[in-house]
Design a protein around this ligand. Structure first.
Ligand SMILES: [Zn+2]
Length: 230
């Protein structure tokens, strides 16, 4: 069953992508432990599927607590996230304990390490994970091309702009961004495009249209990014 729900792609020797419907998760295979980034919709037995990929002790972290990233959290003993996501996480009635990660914390699996960068906006406790040695960032839903959901509780376009500007000041530290949806790999040229698009949406000069997906919001086409806002 699990194999039908999940597909795995080797991006690098020690970095795997797991796809479930239209969301991606990432599995980092270190020398001493493994790190699972996000848990998808929870359609299948993700924990069992991950066990087919690695025997290493596993740490689970989520980029944020929307339902397409927390679905299988209940299959693991504990899940790390920014504390600003705790309310959103427990609102899904997820019983697995949430543990905190903070800005600057480093998730080290041996031979590979990811630094937590707090980027509120898409949700209050959204994080990106920066692998400085490999100049790579895992951006969750905050850093992507195409639709970005900014409707519903907790979304904050102004905070998103500040967060992306913060990353632009760090852009000498990374060249590549891996995204949870839409195009997998993006360059840092996405960052100014995101800021410009968000500022365009806030300016009120872009007309909201019926969204291309059935969602209770309007769609604002702002260059490379389409913001879904209420
Ligand atoms: Zn998502």
């Amino acid at each position: 069953m699990a194999e039908q729900v999940y597909t795995v792609t080797k991006l690098e020797d020690d970095l795997l992508m797991i796809a479930e419907r239209h969301v991606r998760m990432f599995l980092v295979l270190g020398e001493t432990s493994a790190l699972l980034v996000d848990t998808g919709f929870g359609d299948g037995d993700l924990a069992a599927f991950v066990k087919t990929l690695t025997d290493l002790p596993l740490t689970v972290v989520i980029t944020h607590a929307d339902g397409d990233h927390t679905g299988a959290c209940g299959q693991f003993e504990s899940v790390y996230m920014h504390p600003a996501e705790f309310d959103r996480y427990y609102s899904h009635a997820v019983e697995t304990q949430a543990l905190p990660v903070w800005e600057g914390d480093v998730l080290d699996v041996g031979g590979r390490a990811f630094e937590v960068i707090h980027i509120p906006g898409h949700t209050p406790g959204s994080i990106a994970l920066l692998d400085r040695a490999n100049r790579l960032m895992i951006g969750g839903d905050s850093l992507q091309e195409g639709p970005i959901f900014m409707f519903g509780p907790g979304r904050n376009m102004r905070a998103l702009i500040c967060s992306v500007k913060k990353l632009m000041k760090m852009d000498s530290a990374f060249d590549r961004i891996l995204s949870s949806h839409n195009r997998l790999e993006l360059g840092i040229d996405l960052l100014p495009a995101l800021v410009e698009g968000a500022e365009l949406q806030l300016s009120g000069t872009v007309e909201g249209v019926k969204p291309e997906m059935d969602r209770p919001c309007l769609q604002y086409n702002c260059g490379r990014v389409k913001f879904f806002c209420s």
